[in-house]
Ligand binder design. Structure first.
Ligand SMILES: [Zn+2]
Ligand SMILES: [Zn+2]
Length: 104
């Protein structure tokens, strides 16, 4: 989802930083990367496009399950249409393999 504070400024949902970089120039599409923590968030016209950034499956990198902190995780929060309605995907992912490390 795209988050804005009371004054209408874009805000990272993970760290509240207002330093963000737009990742999409397409009409009706809002996708941002936080320059503070690397979170990806925004509103997509088609939610399916978010799977190119964060895969649907779990991160399988060694150490994921046993030693937290070994895998660098970043927050993601996308909303968009799946053709039937607006859905939201959010959680944490590993930016190297793009697999999910934590849901929600
Ligand atoms: Zn952030
Ligand atoms: Zn991984």
């Amino acid at each position: 989802m795209t988050y804005r504070n009371e004054r209408g400024a874009l805000e990272c949902p993970a760290c509240s930083s207002q330093k963000t970089k737009s990742m999409s120039r397409r009409r009706g599409q809002e996708l941002y990367e936080c320059l503070g923590c690397g979170a990806l968030f925004g509103t997509l016209t088609d939610l399916a496009e978010s799977y190119a950034r964060v895969h649907g499956g779990w991160c399988q990198c060694p150490g994921r399950a046993t030693e937290s902190g070994m895998i660098e995780s970043r927050y993601f929060d996308f909303s968009g249409s799946d053709g039937l309605g607006v859905l939201r995907r959010h959680g944490w992912y590993d930016p190297r393999c793009k697999g999910i490390t934590q849901v929600g």
